[in-house]
Design a binder for this molecule. Structure first.
Ligand SMILES: Nc1nc2c(ncn2[C@@H]2O[C@H](COP(=O)(O)OP(=O)(O)OP(=O)(O)O)[C@@H](O)[C@H]2O)c(=O)[nH]1
Ligand SMILES: [Mg+2]
Length: 389
């Protein structure tokens, strides 16, 4: 149940949620944490607040690093169709996977904490490329600065490969704690988990609960009462999946984002892997997490990773062409559901204004070269010829 906070602590929290800059947020959170009485009922709240504080401090540090000075930056510039973060505990084989899937040659060793900074390589999938980013290991159950920095990479990525090794005896536990560490940092990788997102807005009157999900164990009135204690009176609470009052309270601190993720069960070549695979796959199924068994060392199972990533990223490839010419062999990569007007926009923003119609070849049309309007939704593999004024 949500904590019963003294008015002073609520006031501090309200200050936090009104803060604009990272520095302001940090100060407000520090004040909040010192104003909250420490007991069983406030445990969760303090945990979220401290994590959020750790991340904000890390964000500030990262900003300084990027401005120059203060050590190497952890920020990896995106390239290719999508950026995919390789996340996992020490020694699970993240760097080995990067080496097996891309042309990058990271350091690989049989001792933990070999990787100390992110490193990228390109994974080819048919005619596009994904950028894989190898990261330092996550230390499970810790609030270290390194964990925050790696989580920052995960948050920024378009998808995540969770890499664990079948040489670990208690793999099911490792998977669960990895998933919950990500969730604590606002990154949801499992399909089962419900999500609440609070958007404060002066344009709505009162608290409006909307979205494809539903509240469980609480009414809209409960949500209203909870948020009013935090001085949030006008907001949209977006719910996805089954959402409880605790989730709504957590959403005050963290904006949850759902990230496509694939669980990579590495080291299938070792002797114990067969008996360990079954419980690991069971946990993955319970959590609603897609899993692939692979061996980075022998190369087994690796060929399915790129295709799985492509499918879960929700992207389509579109080949543009000019009249009486061959289509461009390099596709544009757009999100699923994109229209021909989006295609025009990504060629040149001017084309949106000048757009007349398009001719399309491929799965989204009934016959080759069909003439379509701006709202026509494209599909993967379509060829599009834009006609403009
Ligand atoms: N048997 C077997 N060993 C593997 C496999 N993949 C990686 N290893 C070994 O596991 C150890 C750790 O591999 P790394 O790729 O360095 O693991 P990592 O996750 O990058 O480790 P950190 O950088 O410390 O987080 C090395 O000794 C690898 O040779 C595999 O598929 N099978
Ligand atoms: Mg490594």
């Amino acid at each position: 149940m949500p904590a019963n906070l003294p008015p002073e602590a609520r006031a501090k929290l309200a200050k936090y949620s009104e803060a604009r800059t990272v520095e302001e947020k940090i100060r407000a959170l520090e004040e909040f944490i010192s104003a909250v009485p420490k007991h069983k009922g406030t445990e969760n709240l303090l945990l979220w607040a401290r994590r959020r504080l750790a991340d904000l401090r890390e964000e500030l540090e990262e900003k300084k690093r990027r401005r120059g000075g203060g050590g190497p930056s952890f920020f990896v510039e995106k390239s290719g169709a999508a950026q995919i973060a390789l996340i996992g505990p020490p020694n699970s084989g993240k760097s080995s996977l990067l080496a097996a899937l891309t042309n990058a040659r990271p350091e690989i060793a049989d001792y933990p904490f070999t990787t100390r900074a992110p490193r990228a390589g390109m994974l080819e999938y048919e005619d596009i490329q994904f950028q894989l980013v190898d990261t330092p290991p996550i230390l499970l159950g810790s609030d270290s600065g390194m964990n925050s920095r790696v989580m920052g990479i995960a948050r920024n990525a378009d998808a995540i490969l969770l890499v664990v090794g079948l040489d670990e005896p208690s793999l099911a536990e490792i998977i669960r704690s990895l998933v919950s560490m990500l969730e604590d940092r606002g990154i949801v990788v499992t399909r089962r988990r419900g999500i609440a997102r609070i958007t404060k807005s002066r344009e709505v009157t009162g608290i409006r609960v909307e979205g494809p999900g539903r509240l469980v164990g609480a009414t809209e009135h409960d949500v209203q009462r909870l948020l009013s204690q935090y001085r949030i009176y006008n907001a949209v609470v977006y719910v996805e999946g089954e959402v409880g009052l605790d989730d709504v309270e957590a959403a005050i601190f963290t904006t949850l984002v759902r990230k496509p993720a694939l669980l990579v069960l590495n080291k299938t070549d070792i002797l114990q892997s067969q008996e360990r695979l079954k419980p690991a796959l069971e946990v993955a199924a319970q959590l609603g997490l897609e899993a692939v068994p692979v061996s980075a060392r022998r190369g087994d199972g690796l060929d399915v990773i790129a295709k799985r990533l492509f499918d879960m990223l929700g992207i389509v490839r579109v080949y543009t062409k000019q009249p009486n010419k061959e289509p461009d062999p390099q596709p544009l990569v757009l999100r699923r559901g994109a229209t021909v007007l989006d295609v025009a926009r990504s060629i040149h923003k001017d084309l949106v204004r000048r757009f007349r119609y398009a001719k399309v070849w491929g799965r989204s049309v009934r016959y080759p070269g069909q003439r379509v309007g701006p709202d026509h939704v494209v599909e993967d593999g379509d060829v599009v010829e834009i006609h403009a004024r």
